[in-house]
Design a binder for this molecule. Structure first.
Ligand SMILES: [Zn+2]
Length: 322
């Protein structure tokens, strides 16, 4: 006697949509068979993705499709982080400049967009013209220098129509336009296929864009006052990001209760001005009440020891479900 589930109707009769039992043999036909096959396919793919994340096996998977904007589905409450670029300004270890991609329920957001971000997005399967929002921590090239290329791609290649919201410190629009003009004279101005809205970060006032609430915390990086750590709350998940900074107690509320803190860690045991080092982060870890901490923006001394670290380190292309 056969037992279990058989996916194919041996008789191949046009029996319509039904599930029938026949002496222990269950046969799915028509619509029921089609439904089950699709269910099984998505269940296996979901399980493989979850397993890979749980086991720390993070691979360069293409971005999963999470539905259209605002559409609620089974995957809509998942927030997927793609570590597009995890390097410093010097390209240490061949890593790309800072860029983190968040996707949830069809909304797509970048935290920082360093010079090499378009290269990283192409490697990861992120479609630049589908980015809704870019949030910039501070106006250094390895954090905002990719925006001119994002605008270039939208205007001349994809001819995007999706509106783009650029959020950052005061002076963002002037710096972006000056950089774009220097790199591609005449690109700014003239007819555009998509609207660009600039909004400013203000530590006293969160910015709301679509489903994302973005808070900023002043941090310490050089002489500028307008250098921020970012905290994004989206679909019930909180992702915090230090940007570039030396230690400041503002990192404590930035990280408080977050699901993930992405922390810059330029140096290992020798502190460098305006940046964090591994020993400092390790010694302060118990003051940072984030559930997980992920190191980024690592210099060569850190990268030499990347396999011996107590704290987790991000790699270009890492994909994490929150
Ligand atoms: Zn940097």
């Amino acid at each position: 006697m056969k037992t279990g589930i058989q996916l194919f109707d041996e008789s191949r009769k046009p029996l319509g949509s039904r599930l029938r039992g026949n002496d222990g043999l269950w046969t799915l036909t028509g619509f029921a068979r089609s439904f089950y096959c699709h269910y099984l396919f998505f269940a296996i793919i979901s399980r493989l993705l979850v397993n890979s994340v749980e086991n720390g096996i993070v691979s360069q998977l293409p971005l999963v499709y999470l539905g259209k904007k605002g559409e609620m589905s089974m995957a809509s409450t998942s927030v997927i982080l793609n570590c597009v670029g995890t390097g410093d300004a010097f390209g240490s270890g061949g890593r790309l400049n800072s860029c983190f991609h968040l996707a949830a329920a069809g909304e797509q957001l970048l935290l920082d967009c360093g010079c090499s971000s378009l290269i990283g997005m192409q490697r990861c399967g992120v479609i630049p013209s589908e980015i809704d929002t870019v949030v910039i921590s501070h106006l250094h090239g390895d954090h905002f220098g990719g925006i001119p290329y994002l605008l270039l791609e939208g205007k001349y290649l994809s001819q995007r129509i999706r509106p783009l919201v650029l959020i950052g410190p005061p002076g963002l629009q002037q710096r972006v336009e000056a950089a774009a003009e220097a790199l591609y004279p005449g690109m700014i101005g003239g007819k555009s296929t998509f609207p660009i809205e600039y909004r400013l970060l203000d530590p006293k006032k969160p910015v709301q864009v679509n489903s994302a609430k973005i808070e900023s915390f002043q941090v310490k990086h050089g002489s500028s006052q307008h250098v921020y750590g970012l905290r994004v709350e989206i679909f019930g998940k909180v992702i915090s990001y230090t940007g570039d900074t030396e230690w400041t107690d503002n990192l404590i509320p930035l990280a408080q209760g977050s699901d993930l803190l992405i922390a810059e860690c330029s140096a290992y045991d020798q502190p460098v001005p305006a940046h964090l080092d591994y020993f400092t982060l390790l010694s302060k870890r118990n003051r940072l009440s984030c559930r997980k901490l992920l190191l980024t923006h690592m210099g060569s001394e850190m990268l030499k020891r990347i396999d011996q670290l107590e704290l987790d380190a991000a790699n270009d292309g890492d994909l994490i479900e929150l």
